[in-house]
Design a protein around this ligand. Structure first.
Ligand SMILES: Cc1cc2nc3c(=O)[nH]c(=O)nc-3n(C[C@H](O)[C@H](O)[C@H](O)COP(=O)(O)OP(=O)(O)OC[C@H]3O[C@@H](n4cnc5c(N)ncnc54)[C@H](O)[C@@H]3O)c2cc1C
Length: 431
């Protein structure tokens, strides 16, 4: 193969964004992706006419990296209501975002869903999320956790455990609230400054829009890289060789390793290993007429009791009806507790169903039919303060660069940013 300026390894969101930026800067690039499909952890498949995303995920429209990369209008986004319905002690109570729905938030305080003292304590946090400019830098870390931050602000255990733990458990796929306070504040800012939404055709549309921006001829799918070798220590134009499991080799002046943390470490063993947050998404279907009323709203339902196994639940079809054939509703129940995740599929679904019967009644859930259970062991890199501290440098020296959500922030925005930054560094190196 003729030497390239840059080889991008991995065709997830980070690799695709690196490719788009290389293309825009007229850098000669090639992308090698192990799977037959591009998009990595963002994708949508169709089962019996139902759109099933790769785990329950949402797009936060305030992500700064979307600008100039994703046409939000074309995605035809359908928004979630902000806040959540919290299941606690046998009933649902609504917790509204005070900045987006001030009247509903006042109602939450008046109905006892949140004490007036808590409302006063979280208001400064919410105002900072909405307006502080520094909060939108996802690369910073505070060195203390979200739970520490809420404790410092004297937010009650009731609100922390009944709302923040399950809600942000769903966001970080980590029920400990141990994520770094900076990562927590970044997400609060995104929720405050935009909406959480689903593209009508599924989350996979985000990857599809990125794929459409790069020429197919530069992309090799079903191509697994097994080795990255530095062939020359000097500044010679071809100093990297990449070998694939099929026995091909490719040469280039620079490499962008745009893999998940484990994939990157298997190619570059000196990189630190990273802990993962795992999830299982249980999808049921039911006649739309038989959907319980609280699931008819475009809102997340969260487990404020912490009894599980389902931490957060929603009906994607109540957000975007196009997710299933007319007259059918999809229900997505999401599990993050490691003990529950260790159970076999049949047992997990049985436990989840009995929890749902407690929430909605036996009669309502009797008609729910299981569509699939998606287990994703490596869903998000854990984002505790020590994890963020140990993030590897993007520039590994000599023309080797890292991209991927483990380098910045475990999100679509983080992956996009890492691809952009790596491509800019390649451009600076190649001049
Ligand atoms: C269940 C779930 C829910 C999520 N929810 C949200 C959400 O609501 N909002 C949000 O912003 N983010 C969410 N995320 C996170 C987001 O999807 C990821 O942060 C992002 O997609 C990571 O992209 P990436 O390119 O860094 O990595 P990946 O998507 O992992 O891409 C890496 C690519 O490298 C390929 N690869 C691996 N090894 C090799 C090799 N040796 N050679 C060639 N190719 C290789 C893989 O096949 C893959 O395509 C969620 C993720 C999951 C799984």
């Amino acid at each position: 193969m003729a030497p390239r300026q840059v080889i991008i390894i991995g065709g997830g969101i980070a690799g695709l964004c690196a490719a788009i930026h290389c293309e825009r800067m007229s850098i000669d690039w090639i992308l090698l992706e192990a799977s037959k499909r591009l998009g990595g952890r963002v994708g949508t498949r169709v089962i019996d006419g139902c759109r099933i995303d790769h785990g329950f995920a949402v797009l936060l429209t305030a992500y700064p990296e979307l600008r100039g990369m994703i046409d939000l209008k074309q995605l035809d986004l359908r928004s979630f209501q902000s806040g959540a319905l919290v299941q606690r002690a046998g009933k649902f109570t609504r917790l509204a975002n005070p900045l987006r729905h001030p009247l509903q938030a006042v109602a939450s305080a008046l109905t006892g869903a949140m004490s007036v003292a808590d409302a006063c304590r979280i208001l400064p946090i919410a105002l900072r999320a909405a307006f502080a400019p520094s909060i939108t830098d996802p690369d910073v870390s505070h060195g203390y956790s979200a739970r520490d931050l809420l404790q410092q602000r004297k937010v009650s255990d009731q609100l922390v455990d009944g709302f923040f733990r399950p809600f942000f458990g769903g966001v970080f796929l980590d029920g400990s609230l141990g994520a770094d306070a900076a990562a927590f504040e970044f997400r609060l800012a995104m929720f405050a400054r935009g909406v959480a939404a689903l593209p009508v055709a599924g989350m996979g549309e985000i990857a599809r829009q990125l794929i459409e921006q790069i020429p197919n001829s530069r992309v090799r799918t079903a191509t697994t890289v097994r080795e990255v070798i530095r062939t020359s220590e000097d500044a010679s134009p071809t100093r990297w060789r990449v070998a694939t499991t099929a026995g091909e080799t490719h040469e280039a002046s620079a490499i962008i390793v745009a893999l998940d943390a484990d994939g990157a470490q298997s190619l570059l063993p000196s990189l630190p290993s990273r802990s993962w947050c795992s999830t299982a998404a249980i999808t049921w279907r039911v006649d739309r007429a038989k959907l319980p009323p609280s699931l008819c709203e475009a809102i997340s339902l969260i487990d404020g009791d912490g009894t599980g196994p389902v931490n957060h639940l929603c009906a994607p079809t109540s957000v975007a009806g196009e997710y299933a054939p007319q007259g059918t509703s999809l229900i997505s129940g999401n599990v993050i507790d490691p003990i529950a995740l260790a159970r076999r599929d049949e047992d997990l679904e049985c436990d989840a169903r009995s929890q749902m019967s407690n929430w909605f009644g036996n009669e309502a859930t009797r008609h729910w039919k299981l569509v699939c259970i998606d287990r994703i062991a490596h869903a998000l890199p854990r984002q505790h303060p020590n994890d963020l501290e140990a993030r590897p440098q993007m520039d590994q020296g000599g023309g080797l660069f890292l991209a991927g959500d483990h380098v910045t922030d475990g999100s679509i925005n983080g992956a996009m940013r890492s691809g952009r930054v790596a491509a800019a560094a390649v451009s600076a190196l190649l001049g």
